[in-house]
Structure formats: C-alpha cells, structure tokens
Design a protein around this ligand. Structure first.
Ligand code: GLY
Length: 348
C-alpha cells in the first residue's frame, strides 16, 4: 500500500498532499483533545473547516456520525472536498465512515495521533461506529487517500495510552519473527525516544499492510491480525461488565499471553518465547485478575465474539513467531487449561 507515509514533518507532508489535490474545501475532524493539543501545530489546516466530535469510545456512535454529516453539509462540502481525520482510532474510524458515505464518498486523509491508531486503526481500510452495544457493528471498508504516520504526537500521550498501542506493535512483531519480538521485549517502554521509534513503527505498520494487501476484506489471512484478540475481547467485555474497564491494548496483551499458551499446547510454540512474553506482559501491564469462577463467563463471551462462526471458538495461533495458523478451533478443556497456566505465569 503506497498511500502510507512515515514522517515527523506532518505539516509539510500534509500540505504537499493537499496542494497536490484539486480540493474545493478542506475539513478537519477533531475531538476536543486534538482540537486543543494538535490542531494549532498544523499550520496548513489553519483555514480548514473544523468539525468536532466527542472524544472516547462512548462518542463513536450514530449520533456523532449524524452530527459530522450535518457539519459537513453546513460548511458546503461537495464531492470534491477533503476530510482530514486528526485523532486517535475513534476519530479515524468514524471520520473514515463519514467520508466514505457522504455524497457516496469523498476523499479523506488519516493523521493518527495515538500509537494505537498509528499502528492499527488508521491503516487497513476499516471504518465504523458502535451500534446497539456492539463494537464496530456498522462500517465499511474504505481506504484513505493518504495516511501520515508519525511519532511526533506521542510525547504528550499518557503512559497508559502508549502501553495500549504497544500491545498491537507487539502483536505485529509476533506475526513477523522471533527477532522482532525479542527486540520489543528488551525495550524500556517508559523511556522511549519517540523520534527514533518512527523506524520501528514503520516496520510494525508494514507487517499489517502486507497482510491487508493480500486479504483486504478479511476472508482469510487478515484474521491473523486477530491474534490475542479472541481472549482479549472477552477480558475487555468482562472487565467492562464488572464496572472496571481496561484499555483495549492491555486486554490484547493479556490475550496474547493466553493465546500463546494455547499455541504452545496445540502447536508447540517455543516455551522460552512464551516465558519471555509473559514476563514482559506482567511487568508492563500487570496481571489481569480472574478466578476459575469466571471461566464459563469468559468462554461464553468468546463464543459470542463477532468473529466466531456457529458459536465455535476459533483463534489465530502461532507455531512460532512469524508462522501463524488462522481459524484454529479450540476445545473448551484446552481453554480452561490455558487459563490455569496463564494465572500461574502471571501469579494470580
Ligand atoms: N485491527 C485488525 C484489522 O484491521 O484487521
């Protein structure tokens, strides 16, 4: 995919893109965080029409989408107008859907401002909103004309937000090679020089892009990007239901450990790599606490995962880093055994 640029000169890169298109109007979609903290630093957007949406996942809904369409109508947008999505994954997901549907589709550019959005949400063409309590239930595949991936906004992100995005970086490394995974596990995530991290971020995004190029609409190989997510989503949903929500990437990190245990049990994933991963995850994210009384609830959540077919539990597992098996059907006793081992490894 050639429409992803990696640059910490965001203003210059975006200005070049805008000037190269024949747009009659430029709009920028922000939330209240990026309106205050990021937009003032992007000079080429100083005359853009600002469209604002609520921040956070609660605002990723049909009301916000209608409000964005309304604001686009009010500022006179046409099919030759451009929408720049400046924000995290909620902004790029909702903005992508707004642009893809307005007048049957206008051009849009994603400028992700969080690590999670840069490495995952803003690239690959998925757009969407939550609907009737279901995450990303309504959406389309639509590719932005340009994505500008940069690390220059990360210095001001809360550490929790950084760690959340880092789990997806870790997932891409595990889909890539043992060496890539070990390089990340040896990093001190509390003192990263973000300017220098741009190369690593590029390598990570390109793991995803290579997969998406082969399977843009998730018929097969793209399901490998679900590594860590079958269990991770169940942790996330259970924590939310108990009134103690956890960040998405934390749930993915814990899910990666359980699914790597399953990979070891079923496909002989190397135990040394499993131990290294578990040590890193417990040090960086702490453990996710649950007991054997929670197993049935977690299994039920996994059965009802949007990506499961016939209520069977299918995971993406690894024979080793870089060697993925998709649609691996998991037996309930194996899941329970993997939960036991996870709790042992994490000391809970
Ligand atoms: N977040 C996984 C994907 O884009 O397919």
């Amino acid at each position: 995919m050639k429409n992803v640029l990696y640059s910490n000169e965001v203003n210059t890169t975006l200005k070049t893109f805008i000037e190269g298109g024949d747009y009659n109007l430029v709009m920028v979609l922000v939330d209240n965080n990026t309106r205050q903290l990021v937009l003032p630093h992007i000079a080429c957007l100083s005359n853009a029409h600002v469209i604002e949406m609520p921040s956070g996942d609660e605002g990723k809904n049909i009301d916000s989408l209608m409000s964005v369409w309304r604001q686009m109508e009010h500022c006179g947008a046409t099919r030759r107008s451009l929408l720049v999505n400046l924000g995290g994954g909620v902004v790029t997901d909702l903005g992508g859907l707004a642009a893809a549907t307005f007048k049957r589709g206008i051009h849009f550019v994603n400028v992700p401002t969080t690590l999670l959005a840069a490495v995952d949400a803003s690239v690959g063409g998925k757009t969407g909103i939550n609907f009737m309590g279901l995450k990303n239930e309504i959406g389309v595949f639509a590719h932005p004309q340009q994505v500008i991936v940069s690390t220059c906004f990360f210095n001001t992100l809360p550490q929790q937000e950084i760690k959340s995005g880092f789990a997806e970086v870790l997932k891409h490394a595990m889909l890539s090679s043992h060496e890539e995974m070990m390089t990340l596990l040896e990093m001190d995530i509390n003192s990263v020089d973000w300017r220098l991290f741009l190369d690593k971020l590029q390598a990570s995004v390109e793991v995803k892009l290579k997969i998406v190029d082969e399977d843009p609409t998730e018929q097969g190989l793209r399901k490998s990007l679900n590594l860590g997510h079958t269990v991770g989503h169940a942790f996330e949903s259970m924590a939310l239901a108990k009134g103690k929500p956890v960040p998405h990437g934390y749930a993915v990190a814990w899910g990666l450990v359980v699914e790597t245990v399953l990979s070891h049990m079923k496909l002989h994933f190397p135990s040394d790599d499993l131990y290294s991963l578990a040590r890193f995850v417990v040090d960086c994210y702490g453990p996710f606490h649950f007991t054997c009384d929670d197993y049935d609830e977690l299994i039920s959540l996994m059965r009802h995962d949007k990506k499961s077919t016939n209520h069977e539990i299918n995971c993406s597992l690894l024979k080793k880093c870089g060697d993925v098996v998709i649609n691996y059907n998991i037996d309930l006793n194996d899941i329970k055994a993997a939960f036991d081992i996870y709790r042992d490894l994490m000391g809970v």
